[in-house]
Design a protein. Structure first.
Lengths: 310, 342
């Protein structure tokens, strides 16, 4: 009911609600166009975007694009073990004869899945807690939420994630769970800072005196104004989560063999250095490229939102 | 006086954070499937031994009561026995902590000097090729996981070039100096043995550098951008217009305020260096707390895991308080505000 009283007041200037909707849609498209223009002015951002898109496509179509899809699992071919890079195996083969290129492309799957899913799990509760505690700043709700947040922020996420992953059974899903449990406080703190400022803005006061529900104020008035910093942080965080995921699998607390993962491949290959250098080097390079792609993309997103105020 | 009350408040608050952290750790340790008593005595022990141990460990009582007993022991410095080393966790920690501390402090020093140095150079020669080289280096430092750096350094400087040793804290033929602080470099200097000091330093460099790379890159970026921001401010132009020598403008007027964001994140950097040490100490076989903690995690040694995390939590709390003090010293506005509030 409170919602409708607000949307009634929108029929200004003799325009019907229909026309206003159309205008809003048009201006939104225009905004997207403007954002894209800003984003694309930095060639590095575009390089990042292209890298990320290519990596995602490679990961999705891994069974089709890889030369030896069967090598992704528990495959052995000792006749072709430890071959240096050559025409048949561009990045060489590992200690039991599996194509490294194939395993890298399949390994992208768990890295990307981790990067995306952790944020999908973490952002909604993190943002919600931040909104609520920011809006109720100074009350007991704020105190409880933010003190709990501080506890989780007291120890770096990697250490707690390692600890949680170690007490659970080691696999990709528990690794994600462990990282997610430690990642939400950063969003809570970000949104808390924004929301506690926004609650003093006139448009929030206007909604309050119009009798808008708390739900409306949190999600329709405050939340839209925090979207760009949240998106910026998300786009930069994907790279961090992927690094942490590769660290988990590097110490054996992530994806388990024979399932390929970049961190495990580096850890295994490191034992064959420096003679069979290709076993560890190419997976390590792959991690660097994935992280670089997301970082460039993230910087582009940040620059895109940079001059938009909040 | 104002600084004192600011500190008291910070310390009391930090104690509450640590109390909360202990609850989180206790819950993590208890979510593990399986019976801690059975884990402690092994699979072949008879059932009555397990039952008696369960009674001793208060495992038959409600979780809140268990936590209370655990906390009581923890406050007294008793974290129980380590399943791996079969020694009290507390004495393990006392033995392994100094090695990690030495590594992390040295690494933090590298991060601060390297990062600030590169950032200042980058800002001083902004938009020249020097600046670009530093920026590319920073990007590489940020996107490369530290374990990749560690392996790269072992391979390049250890195996190929033979510049630095790659395992442990001292060479086999080097005698260990009498330990006072546990930091071998410091102890060697205290004993007046410069040769031991050099040997320890040579062992420190590769792991410390592998740990510091990410932070050097981060600090360089932050220093560069905050110096570039401040360079355009009016007070710099007016200082120059008044004929203040460029060296003083750069060194005193520009650098000091520009370092505040860098130093604020140095606390976070120490925390992240400590967490990366969990991997890097494993690679360099560095006998520190992080390697001990990592091995405890890989062996599900719950007593050791909980103790290591609590100790590190306490370390980070202390580091953050120190960083707050330094920032307050650098920034008179914070100092004055703290004074006014109290």
């Amino acid at each position: 009911m409170a919602e409708s009283s607000i949307s009634d007041q929108r029929s200004l200037g003799g325009l019907t609600a229909q026309q206003i909707k159309q205008l809003e849609r048009a201006s939104r498209w225009k905004n997207w166009g403007r954002s894209w223009y800003k984003f694309s002015r930095n060639p590095l951002s575009v390089v990042g975007l292209v890298t990320v898109v290519v990596l995602i496509l490679l990961a999705i179509f891994a069974p089709v694009v890889t030369p030896y899809p069967r090598h992704a699992g528990a495959f052995t071919d000792f006749a072709h073990a430890e071959l240096p890079p050559n025409a048949h195996y561009i990045f060489g083969t590992d200690q039991i004869g599996r194509d490294i290129l194939t395993r890298i492309i399949f390994g992208l799957r768990s890295s990307l899945l981790m990067g995306v899913l952790v944020l999908v799990i973490v952002v909604p509760p993190g943002v919600l807690l931040g909104l609520v505690s920011g809006y109720y700043q100074g009350t007991w709700i704020d105190t409880i939420i933010m003190r709990i947040t501080d506890i989780f922020l007291a120890v770096p996420p990697l250490i707690l994630a390692l600890a949680v992953a170690s007490v659970l059974a080691p696999n990709l899903w528990n690794g994600m769970l462990a990282v997610s449990l430690m990642w939400w406080p950063w969003y809570t703190r970000l949104v808390y800072g924004l929301a506690s400022q926004l609650r003093n803005e006139y448009f929030v006061a206007a909604a309050e005196v119009n009798g808008a529900s708390t739900w409306h104020i949190l999600f329709r008035e405050i939340l839209p104004n925090t979207i760009s910093p949240i998106l910026t942080k998300m786009s930069l965080d994907v790279a961090w989560v992927i690094i942490i995921g590769s660290m988990l699998s590097f110490v054996g607390l992530g994806v388990q063999p024979p399932e390929p993962s970049l961190g495990t491949m580096v850890a295994d290959g490191a034992r064959y250095l420096p003679d069979q250098w290709w076993i560890a080097t190419f997976p390590a390079l792959a991690i660097v490229i994935v992280v670089l792609g997301f970082n460039l993309l993230g910087d582009g997103v940040r620059d895109m939102f940079a001059s938009e105020g909040v | 006086m104002s600084m004192l009350s600011f500190l008291t408040r910070r310390i009391i608050y930090s104690a509450f954070v640590l109390l909360g952290l202990s609850m989180v750790i206790f819950i993590i340790a208890r979510i593990m499937p399986g019976d801690p008593a059975r884990m402690a005595v092994g699979a072949r022990a008879p059932q009555w031994v397990v039952d008696r141990l369960r009674e001793q460990m208060h495992l038959n009582q409600p979780l809140a009561v268990q936590y209370f007993y655990w906390l009581q022991d923890a406050v007294r410095g008793d974290f129980g026995l380590s399943l791996v080393t079969q020694r009290p966790v507390t004495s393990d920690i006392i033995e392994f902590f100094p090695a990690s501390l030495e590594l992390v402090l040295f690494s933090g020093l590298l991060a601060a000097t390297g990062g600030i140095g590169l950032g200042v150079i980058s800002a001083r020669y902004k938009d020249t090729w020097i600046d670009n080289v530093v920026r590319i280096f920073s990007y590489a430092g940020i996107v490369t996981p530290s374990f990749v750096f560690a392996i790269l350094f072992v391979l390049l400087f250890g195996w190929t070039l033979h510049w630095f040793p790659i395992l442990g804290r001292l060479s086999e033929q080097t005698p260990v100096p009498p330990l006072h602080t546990g930091l071998i470099t410091v102890d060697a200097l205290l004993a007046g043995r410069f040769d031991i000091f050099l040997d320890a330093l040579r062992h420190l460099i590769l792991p410390a550098l592998a740990l510091a790379m990410g932070s050097i890159a981060q600090e360089a970026r932050i220093t560069r951008s905050s110096m570039a921001d401040n360079l355009n401010k009016d007070y710099i132009s007016s200082a120059r217009a008044l004929g203040v020598p460029e060296r003083i403008v750069m060194g005193r007027f520009l650098l000091k305020p520009s370092l505040i964001p860098t130093i604020s994140i140095l606390g976070l950097d120490i925390a992240s260096i400590f967490s990366i040490a969990f991997l890097v100490e494993l690679i360099f076989n560095w006998p520190g707390l992080a390697r001990y903690g990592m091995n405890a995690m890989l062996n599900k040694d719950l007593n050791a895991i909980s103790a290591v995390i609590l100790v590190l939590g306490a370390v980070f709390v202390i580091v953050n308080i120190i960083v707050d003090i330094i920032v307050a010293q650098l920034d008179p506005r914070i100092r004055l505000r703290a004074g006014r509030n109290s």
